[in-house]
Design a protein around this ligand. Sequence first.
Ligand code: ATP
Length: 193
Amino acid sequence: MLIKRLKLSGFKSFVEPAELRIEPGLTGVVGPNGCGKSNLLEAIRWVMGENSPKSMRSGGMEDVIFAGTETRPQRDFAEVVLHAEDDFGEELEVMRRIERGAGSAYRVNGSDVRAKDVSLTFADAATGAHSPALVSQGKIAQVIAAKPAERRQMLEEAAGIAGLHVRRRDAESKLRSTEKNLERLEDLMAGLD
Ligand code: ATP
């Protein structure tokens, strides 16, 4: 999957709408300390479904919304749109928006979807919020120090099979609830005898 464009509005320090074109090849982001380089990487992770405030360097998910400065009021929402091209050349537009007090909403190519659908889309394409392709500060040390199970998880993300685990967990949970329903049905039938 190729990420081609990123649009941010009200996300962390990006209070004004900003659009970045990501050209093929290696992209570097340079700028003085605190100008928002890491916030950009976090925006990519966030739109891909990241839900851990810790990975967003924040206390809660609403902390990604522009918090205001001495001269500018805070914003009520944050929005990130990512344009990508999948391995079959199909265009993909993924949008995530969070409003204060209302949580997150996702759209893929204009249709409302669940967070899980977005995470699975990226996991199947061997990328996503936890992809080893997104290398943030301290990540290299983390990879070196990772336990074998964590390394396996990284390899699975890279191989594009992370989504299969999510689907397996879903299937197992459906199986458990179906088994419970069957047991209940058997009890009811036994009561009718
Ligand atoms: P460094 O080079 O030091 O790692 P950086 O360029 O990666 O810095 P970031 O860490 O991306 O910079 O950005 C930090 C800036 O983002 C800080 O100025 C911080 O105040 C601002 N910031 C983070 N969250 C918010 C928010 N919710 N509202 C407003 N500003 C925010």
